[in-house]
Design a binder for this molecule. Structure first.
Ligand code: ZN
Length: 297
């Protein structure tokens, strides 16, 4: 997508990385290696590196420019954070430079919306200053859904977090301590053009962000899906989902709702151009990336 406009809204993506990242059997418990040989387009080189046996995952943020506000949705992994996954540990992707190239300095951001509080969505909430993690965006309110924050403060959430590294301590608590956090209803409407939808399962308080302007409708769907393979196999929840059954039900409902409509769906981890439209193909779903003529199924 890089940048699209609809009505008076401009939506930009700021990509931290997009690369073959995960062994499909790590993320999808239902993956069978034979499937990669079955001619499914989502196992083509654009979405899957057969040599490395890794699916392509983008990590990116979106900036919504709407009615004079700059709203940042999700903040990637971040630089210099101590993480269990080698790729994420002490990273230096220089995402902040990419944000600036897209036209935004940290002080320009008015609001940060966290689709959910996973390690790859909250990293740039904070940055290191004089040995302390401080909010990256000094003028921003940081919006998080109440059931999401409640979960990560619970024993189950704390246990789940430890597989990644304590990102709550370095990327979430500092914005709460600074007084910049707003803990909101997961179905909150910000105004007539932007609303949240509670889409639980991947995490308990996960939200999708709906944008409507100029007669067009775009949904930033966060991690309702991680890879286009979940259109082909809508039953596939990930090993990272807090509740795989609820994630499955949410995903299938979401896909059914927007299939065969003009709504553009932009899942956080789909590689560029990220956004596209969904179609129903019998028992599963297809996807046509924005600006392309072929629907992949
Ligand atoms: Zn994610």
């Amino acid at each position: 997508m890089k940048q699209i406009e609809f009505g008076s809204t401009r939506l930009s993506s700021v990509v931290e990385t997009s690369e073959p990242m995960l062994d499909p059997s790590e993320i999808f418990p239902d993956f069978d290696p034979q499937m990669a040989k079955d001619g499914i387009p989502w196992f083509g080189p654009r979405f899957y590196d057969a040599t490395a046996n890794k699916i392509v995952i983008a990590v990116q943020s979106f900036v919504i420019q709407m009615d004079g506000l700059n709203i940042l949705v999700d903040t990637c992994v971040g630089d210099h954070k101590l993480r269990e996954r080698a790729l994420f540990n002490d990273a230096s992707w220089h995402w902040l430079d990419k944000l600036e190239q897209a036209g935004f300095r940290p002080e320009d951001i008015d609001m940060v919306v966290c689709s959910h509080l996973h390690v790859d969505h909250v990293g740039w909430n904070t940055r290191l200053r004089n040995g302390r993690w401080v909010p990256t965006f000094p003028n921003a309110r940081y919006l998080m859904s109440k059931p999401e924050l409640d979960y990560w403060k619970s024993d189950a959430g704390k246990a789940s977090m430890m597989r990644t590294g304590d990102y709550v301590a370095d990327s979430i608590l500092p914005v709460i301590d600074s007084g910049q956090a707003d803990i909101v209803d997961p179905d909150k409407s910000l105004n007539e053009k932007i609303r949240f939808e509670h889409t639980p399962g991947h995490t308990p308080g996960h939200i999708a962000v709906h944008l409507e302007d100029g007669g067009e409708h775009v949904v930033l769907s966060g991690d309702v899906m991680h890879h286009p393979l979940q259109l082909r196999f809508p039953n596939w929840s990930t090993s990272y989902c807090a509740d795989q059954d609820t994630a499955r039900a949410t995903r299938k409902r979401f896909l059914s709702e927007w299939a065969d409509t003009a709504t553009m769906v932009a899942p956080a981890h789909f590689p560029a151009p990220t956004g596209g439209t969904i179609c129903r193909c019998g028992e599963h779903f297809g996807f046509r990336f924005a600006g392309e003529t072929e629907t992949l199924t």
